[in-house]
Design a protein around this ligand. Structure first.
Ligand code: G6P
Length: 372
């Protein structure tokens, strides 16, 4: 009913709007007075976390994209090697799992069969499993050794939005906690990073308040058949997620590419008028990558692509090459997916709506897939 949707036409719109709150709620109660992390709820003793030698993140769909971003944070902050794998592929290749491997499974629903089977496989190999889940008491958290719940609240729309952002927050918390327990990052750096995470809800609100041009842009592309997404570093999984949303909701051919791979193949797809969304890293923090991505934008524009550029506010270097520019607030690189994903959700939702699709119930998809 309309009341359940909080006055929005679709649950998805309501859930997109709830993201500042969902992110704030997922941080709530997990930070001590001196700005460090209190994650006793994990019930994974600090000694055990100190003994971990490798982390493997396993998930499906949007949750897998959260895992790809988690890898950057885990390796950077905790210095621990981290692999990320699709749950449906995981157990079929006999992954190397030992007692000192920590497997992190990410699942909004906690019921995805592929992910559950991966969890069981990991536990059979005596690896510890930590679940990041949004549904209290679901099968995956019940079978895991440890759980960190995301506090997104119920997610009804099939395409994941607020659950994804809170999964990212949960992954950042786990990465910082590992750093805290293992002493791989100075305490004040941990506290500073948590402080920055706490400012993210306000930044997401700002993105949502200024998103109208993204809606207009989406409506203008209703006749297109294909959209490409390019990103690098943590922007690459964001590109994958932007493309997945467009497939799921608008039934359009959409692909996400690592921008550095453009020259190894995808550039052959560029033709006049093709919309290409590019996620640009911060010029201040990632000058090398920033420069390379700006050249990618120039290259594809020279071949006639319609460039849709998501860049940090104040990044004037992209202005001459952007047919559309979506500016997002500056946050540290690792946290950037929390702000760059939001316009892509709105973009897909609006484009699908313009095509006349029900964004809450896309064809052929289920909210949680309980078969392998
Ligand atoms: C289904 C949904 C996706 C979701 C995936 C994983 O395919 O349609 O939106 O990302 O399952 O779901 P999970 O509940 O495990 O995060």
């Amino acid at each position: 009913s309309a009341a359940e949707k909080g006055g929005y036409d679709y649950f998805m719109l309501k859930e997109i709007a709830e993201q500042p709150r969902a992110v704030a709620d997922t941080l709530l109660g997990r930070v001590t007075a001196d700005g460090m992390l209190a994650l006793d709820e994990l019930r994974l003793p600090a000694e055990e976390l100190r003994d971990v030698r490798k982390i493997v993140v396993v998930a499906c769909g949007t949750s897998f994209h959260a895992g790809l971003i988690a890898k950057h944070a885990i390796e950077r902050w905790s210095g621990m090697p981290c692999e990320v794998e699709l749950a449906s592929e995981f157990r079929y290749r006999d992954p190397i799992l030992t007692r000192d491997t920590l497997v992190i499974v990410i699942s909004q629903s906690g019921e995805t069969m592929d992910t559950l089977m991966a969890l069981r496989h990991a536990r059979e190999q005596h690896s510890k499993v930590l679940a990041i889940c949004n549904v209290n008491g679901a099968t995956i958290p019940r079978e895991a050794d440890a759980v960190l719940y995301t506090h997104a609240g119920p997610e009804i729309a099939v395409a994941s939005t607020k659950a994804f952002l809170t999964q990212l927050v949960a992954c950042y918390l786990v990465a910082l906690y590992l750093a805290q327990v293992r002493g791989t990052m100075p305490d004040r750096e941990i506290a500073r990073t948590i402080g920055l995470l706490e400012t993210v809800p306000a930044h997401i609100s700002e993105v949502l308040d200024t998103v109208e041009p993204v809606r207009e842009l989406a409506r203008s592309l209703v006749g297109e058949r294909c959209v490409l997404f390019l990103g690098r570093h943590v922007g690459y999984p964001v590109a994958l997620e932007g493309a997945l949303k467009l497939k799921e909701l608008a039934y359009m051919h959409a692909e996400g590419f690592a921008a550095g791979e453009l020259k190894h193949g995808p550039i052959a797809l560029i033709e006049p008028g093709l919309p290409v969304v590019v996620i640009v890293p911060s010029a201040a923090e990632q000058p090398l990558l920033h420069g390379k991505i700006v050249s990618n934008i120039q290259e594809i524009r020279a071949r006639g692509a319609k460039t849709i550029v998501i860049a940090e506010q104040g990044d004037i270097s992209v202005v001459p090459y952007a047919d559309s520019l979506i500016a997002v607030p500056a946050v540290p690189t690792l946290l950037q997916p929390l702000v760059t994903t939001v316009p892509l959700q709105v973009f897909a939702c609006e484009l699908a709506t313009a095509k006349g699709h029900d964004v809450d119930q896309p064809r052929n998809l289920a909210k949680s897939v309980t078969v392998e």
